[in-house]
Design a protein around this ligand. Structure first.
Ligand code: NVA
Length: 310
């Protein structure tokens, strides 16, 4: 089934996800074969929140495909305030061939897709970060399938920290792909339960396990440990107010050893000495954080080519 948008992980099938991962690796290995895939196409990129990796990887990635990227920053205000999301979508569709949007609320993404006439890519919202999760599974495929000859579905993946957009997307893609997933969140910081329930159903279809706990001691054996900021963009919680609750969930060498994990992942920006130690983040024998960052571009290019390519 051809992709029409890239909005939320649970709208993707296993076949679509595996093809996106394969295409991302193919574009990474043969960039020149795709250098005109987006020739003559213009992409409007709306950013309601700050960005380094997403902005740069989309902009440079689109240039590598022969397309043109237009950055629309926060000077336009929150979507839906100056003009309706539906009008924003209809206007942008007059000029752009595709819309990339990083927004506060998922309903803005849905509104753009519903009212515009061009494909929309979710570049992070309150509920999902599908571009990140796709890049993460490209990375896991390189590390475990290409380098170690394992099946993707044999990996045991754990996310430790705040239940947020990044963990939601990772959990959902893991469930679709049949990867065993353990979510460890402090009490009161669990993910959206509707998304957890959906992912549980997807995991049972794929025959994998999905576990959620607040007990870090019950982590068990894991191949990969993933973490993200304890306070996401747009959340005004002060770090001092949550430090005591989150510190036992810090990802460090001791935790990696007790889980027997070979690989640590982080979507960045990292808050060093909070959710991850500097020593572990910088440990190139375990940390694949810059491989993840690079793969953002190849993963997104795979989505762009799938949505717009011939
Ligand atoms: N959960 C983080 C991810 C940043 C890439 C946030 O939403 O701020």
């Amino acid at each position: 089934m051809k992709l029409t948008h890239f909005l939320a992980d649970d709208q993707l099938s296993k076949t679509q996800l595996l093809s996106l991962i394969d295409l991302a690796k193919n574009i990474k290995q043969n960039p020149s074969a795709y250098h005109q895939s987006l020739a003559g196409k213009s992409i409007a990129m709306i950013f309601e929140k700050p960005s380094l990796r997403t902005h740069v990887s989309f902009d440079i990635g689109i240039a590598k495909l022969g397309g043109h990227a237009l950055y629309l920053g926060q000077q336009n205000g929150k979507l839906g305030e100056r003009e309706r999301v539906s009008d924003y979508a209809k206007n942008l569709s007059c000029y752009a061939d595709l819309i990339v949007a990083r927004v506060f609320e998922h309903r803005s993404i849905s509104g753009l897709a519903e009212h515009g006439s061009v494909p929309v890519i979710n570049a992070l919202c309150d509920l999902y970060h599908p571009c990140q999760a796709l890049a993460d599974f490209v990375t896991l495929s390189e590390v475990f399938v290409d380098d170690k000859g394992q099946d993707l579905s044999s990996i045991k993946l754990a996310y430790i920290g705040d239940g947020n957009n990044v963990s939601n997307s990772l959990m959902t893609m893991a469930a679709i792909l049949g990867v065993d997933f353990t979510l460890v969140c402090p009490e009161g910081f669990e993910p959206d339960m509707a998304l957890f329930d959906k992912a549980t159903t997807l995991a049972s279809i794929a025959g994998s396990s999905l576990t959620m706990t607040s007990d870090i001691k019950s982590l068990g054996q894991q191949d990969v440990i993933y973490t993200d900021t304890w306070i996401s963009m747009g959340d005004n919680t002060k770090v001092d107010d949550i430090l005591a609750k989150f510190m036992p969930y810090q990802v460090n060498h001791k935790l990696m050893e007790s889980a027997g994990a070979s690989t640590v992942m982080h979507c960045q920006p990292a808050h060093l000495e909070q959710e991850i130690t500097t020593e572990l983040f910088d440990d190139e024998s375990k940390s694949v954080v810059f491989q993840q960052a690079e793969n953002r571009m190849w993963a997104q290019n795979s989505v762009l080519v799938s949505l717009l390519g011939e």
